[in-house]
Design a protein around this ligand. Structure first.
Ligand SMILES: N[C@@H](CCC(=O)N[C@@H](CS)C(=O)NCC(=O)O)C(=O)O
Length: 208
């Protein structure tokens, strides 16, 4: 088995962080290829690996999977023992729904607060549309934790693809000092303390 994950600059590439978290949770050894974003040659370099011209991209012995959510889905199927989706049908349905909601939405938050792991940018005034996104995310996290979080500190107790999908949002909550409730704060602490998250942040900071 030979797994390669192609990722973008760790400071900024929120999409790459998701499958990195999910793949780390499987415990499978993998190789990483890092492509520097925001360079004149970025697009050409990514196209050497990824037909979409975007990172992340996973190569599993020549089988290519791209788009962060598709990679997380693939990993759940490829490593069933990792439990990347919750076991119960109801919990799994909610995990998939909130993951898809993240993947397709929260444009105001993503635009106003891009992931930046090297610097803090506390927001003095939070625009209304960003406030609305944060309120919805706070409600999602609180619902998942209250309904299904008994088995551990993550959205569905043990780490799942839903956590992988929301990990970059957690960093934005912290980087931009966005206010969330107590349940969500504790959830942010758990994600920030996750060893894969710590490793990613350390590399992001080292690279400047
Ligand atoms: N929907 C895609 C989005 C991927 C994406 O937009 N990636 C950015 C980097 S975070 C990218 O590759 N940009 C290409 C470029 O900068 O030229 C996913 O979920 O993987």
């Amino acid at each position: 088995m030979s797994l390669t994950l192609v990722v973008g600059t760790k400071r900024w590439s929120s999409w790459s962080l998701r499958p990195w978290m999910a793949l780390s949770a499987t415990g499978a050894p993998f190789r990483q290829v890092l492509v520097e974003l925001r360079q004149p040659e970025t697009k050409a370099k990514i196209l050497e690996y990824s037909p979409s011209g975007k990172v992340p991209m996973l190569d599993d012995d020549g089988l290519k999977v791209w788009d962060s959510l598709a990679i997380c889905e693939y990993l759940a199927e490829r490593f069933p023992e990792a439990g990347l989706w919750p076991e119960g049908r109801e919990a799994r349905a909610l995990a998939r729904s909130v993951s898809a909601e993240m993947h397709a939405g929260f444009v105001p938050l993503r635009s106003a607060c891009p992931m930046d792991l090297a610097e803090d940018h506390p927001m003095a005034e939070i625009p209304d549309d960003v406030k609305a996104d944060v309120a919805r995310i706070d409600a999602i996290w609180t619902e998942c934790r209250n309904r299904f979080g008994q088995g551990g500190p993550f959205l569905f107790g043990v780490f799942s693809n839903a956590d992988a999908m929301y990990a970059p949002v957690v960093t934005r909550i912290r980087t931009y000092a966005l206010p969330v409730g107590a349940v969500s704060e504790a959830y942010c602490d758990a994600i920030m303390a996750h060893p894969a998250m710590q490793a990613w942040i350390m590399e992001a900071k080292l690279a400047g």
